[in-house]
Write a protein that binds this ligand. Structure first.
Ligand SMILES: *Cc1c(COP(=O)(O)O)cnc(C)c1O
Length: 347
């Protein structure tokens, strides 16, 4: 029934999503432990049902205006997606194809880049990060991608790629450079300024992590209108629903609330990092809302399974370079403490 590319590929495996209300501590998919902005919730509660009867605005302009005010970018430099995953999909559809228009990214990183390329299909060049996570710039440039994906902060490593490296990459790549800033709200710096310098750079953001709205499905990209014009041809006309447009706009306008929650997560991240190191884990400093932790002996999969039995979900990746590690989302302090208590118990 399927094209050869689809028959041959492996589908993306999302982290487990137990039903809300299940007594589980969920530290596996980098959701924010705090609720969304009360102002966004209020918009949802008082939504005029007329918004549901009509088709939504294909450009989600109400949301673009809120982004434009918050980030000081012109609203015609913004494209909105049904989560940033939708925009990653649009980018691959628009730019990549076969072996002449490859997709390139350093590894390990977000697995969806591979899945989307396999579907197109477009040839993928995966370039391993060295142990110290310095960006392998020369190899990335030599691979000559029609698209080069860089997640910064990267998942699962948690590191941010220096701006000078991204600038060098942008200036030497002929193809599009996608800087995936899903975790930017927990990071020290952004590469957003590069979109003004380079027509081939797009910065992607999401409301799933920093704004506690993963269930709403809302993400956006910022780039020169020349780059956006091609993407607008490819995206679904009604990719963002009316509810997401309005609720997302209210969340975006409440930067103060988002920043307060992000500060709490960052403080908990610092504490969790120290506490895990005290237990003997090797933990990288992270700029995301998660940490990548290596237990002393190769017991990562055992710990993942045992924690799961105890009602605590973390992420285990059965992938080269990651089989001895766990990616743990930073929860609130109570959740993190329960994780630690259980880890002590298991050791
Ligand atoms: C979570 C995540 C996304 C997806 O975000 P959505 O807006 O929920 O689709 C994209 N990229 C990276 C690196 C992520 O971790």
């Amino acid at each position: 029934m399927f094209r050869p590319a689809i028959a041959a590929m492996t589908g993306y495996t999302p982290g487990e999503q137990p039903k809300p209300g299940t007594p589980i501590i969920k530290l596996n998919t980098n959701e924010n432990p705090y609720p969304p902005s009360p102002k966004a919730v209020e918009v949802l509660r008082t939504l005029d049902i007329e918004w549901l009867r009509r088709y939504p605005d294909p450009y989600a302009r109400e949301f673009c205006n809120a982004v434009s005010e918050a980030l000081k970018v012109p609203s015609d430099w913004i494209i909105v997606g049904n989560g940033s995953d939708d925009l990653l999909n649009t980018l691959v559809r628009a730019c990549a194809e076969g072996s002449d228009r490859k997709v390139v990214y350093p590894m390990p990183t977000y697995v969806l880049y591979r899945t989307l390329s396999a579907m197109q299909p477009a040839e993928v060049v995966e370039i391993p990060y060295p142990e110290d996570f310095q960006l392998p710039i020369d190899k990335l440039i030599a691979a000559n991608g029609a698209i080069t994906f860089i997640a910064s902060p990267n998942s699962p490593s948690g590191h941010c790629v220096p701006l000078t490296d991204l600038r060098q990459l942008a200036s030497q790549l002929a193809g599009v450079l996608v800087i995936d800033e899903a975790y930017i709200d927990f990071a020290e710096y952004s590469a957003l300024s590069l979109v003004q310098e380079f027509e081939n750079v797009i910065v992607l953001r999401t409301l799933s992590k920093g704004y506690s709205l993963a269930g709403l499905r809302l993400g956006f990209g910022i780039a020169n209108p020349k780059l956006l014009a091609g993407l607008f041809k490819v995206k679904d006309s009604y990719n963002v629903d009316a509810i997401a447009t309005l609720v997302g706009a209210a969340a975006m306008r409440d930067q103060q609330y988002k920043n307060t929650c992000a500060e709490k997560v960052k403080a908990s991240r610092a504490k969790l990092t120290i506490d895990l190191r005290k237990l003997g884990f090797t933990v990288r400093d992270s700029q995301g809302n998660f940490v990548l932790a290596t237990p002393t002996t190769s017991q990562a999969e055992y710990l993942y399974q045992s924690l799961k039995q105890r009602g605590i979900l973390v992420r285990y990746f059965n992938q080269p370079g990651l089989t001895d590690k766990l990616r743990i989302t930073v929860g609130n302090d109570e959740q993190n403490q329960l994780l630690l208590t259980n880890l002590i118990d298991l050791s």
